[in-house]
Design a protein around this ligand. Structure first.
Ligand code: 5GP
Ligand code: ZN
Length: 110
């Protein structure tokens, strides 16, 4: 799927209206539509990158910013003390369904 036909590009551009919990020049954060935990956020770079496989050397700053944002969001929604999981699904065998890079943040269990 290219960026002209990409669900997350449409969410980022506003073509599909969505609520962002956080946004800046590099990324946006929104709730997963089909949460697998009490809290399930997606941290999504504005730049269309298909998956971890497609990262260029220059994209290292994007990845570090995504992880730092995950840390801040975990504090914001108060799951940092109880704990949470961060993960990337990579390509079909890794469970990726939307081919625009995103970091999952799940948590909020008792
Ligand atoms: P993947 O399996 O590609 O790592 O994760 C894609 C995630 O996007 C899934 O957890 C799925 O529930 C979520 N998702 C799919 N379509 C939409 C949508 O239209 N809006 C939102 N907020 N999440 C979506
Ligand atoms: Zn995209």
């Amino acid at each position: 799927m290219d960026k002209n036909n990409c669900l997350f590009c449409k969410i980022i551009s506003g073509d599909i209206p969505s609520e962002f919990l956080f946004q800046d020049d590099v990324l946006v954060v929104f709730k997963d539509i089909n949460p697998i935990a009490p809290v399930h956020l997606l941290i999504v770079p504005r730049k269309h990158i298909r998956s971890i496989n497609d990262l260029a050397q220059d994209d290292g700053t994007v990845i570090s910013h995504m992880i730092m944002t995950a840390k801040h969001m975990a504090e914001e929604i108060s799951v940092n003390q109880s704990g949470y999981r961060l993960f990337f699904n990579v390509e079909n065998g890794g469970g990726q369904e939307v081919f625009h890079l995103h970091l999952h943040l799940i948590g909020g269990w008792e």
